[in-house]
Design a protein around this ligand. Sequence first.
Ligand SMILES: Cc1cc2nc3c(=O)[nH]c(=O)nc-3n(C[C@H](O)[C@H](O)[C@H](O)COP(=O)(O)O)c2cc1C
Length: 200
Amino acid sequence: MELSQNDLHSDPVEQFRRWFDEAKAAVPLLPECMILATATKDGEVSARAVLLKSFDEHGFVFFTNYDSRKSAQLHENPRAALTFWWPQLERQVRVEGAVVRTTEEESDEYFASRPRGSQIGAWASEQSKVIAGRGDLDARFEELSATYHDREIPRPPHWGGYRVIPIRFEFWQSRADRLHDRFQYLLRDANDWVIERLSP
Ligand SMILES: Cc1cc2nc3c(=O)[nH]c(=O)nc-3n(C[C@H](O)[C@H](O)[C@H](O)COP(=O)(O)O)c2cc1C
């Protein structure tokens, strides 16, 4: 497959939507999986997989534990990079930008839509903390399941979403002889994106 500048939508979010739709049709397992890179303010970097839950002109949203390591880094350095790799299409998309928390309402709404097991898991896990053993986690899960067995499970205050507000996108299409097609979109002004081809 090839990617030429004529194929690209002038709006990178719309371009992402096209490619994401194609990825959903072609990638059997978790096309919404993305690698999220964050850093401390001193530049110590870490990366992990998370799931994209929604995106639009306001940004790219994922949910997590606000007490986790990634959240500590986002608190002191609210910037992130996201990378998608869709092997069946040999496509990579990169998104970089500033990060803000989603509103409490958005977090509530998404939390309410999750299966009960995941809701209890969000209460049971102190994400990124050292634990003595698996038994502690399972016991906490059982305890919380009993507590909430006949009740709606509220969203834990330490759980919610982040929105990455892009200032740069890159769309990468594999080509023969490592001469891949790469296009970056850089935000010049509000909604004014400059598109440039990059050397592979
Ligand atoms: C496919 C996949 C999807 C994941 N999705 C999420 C997610 O949406 N949110 C999340 O907090 N962790 C998710 N995780 C777990 C993270 O990769 C990571 O282990 C966790 O968030 C703790 O990261 P941290 O210690 O850097 O904060 C996912 C892991 C995998 C492999």
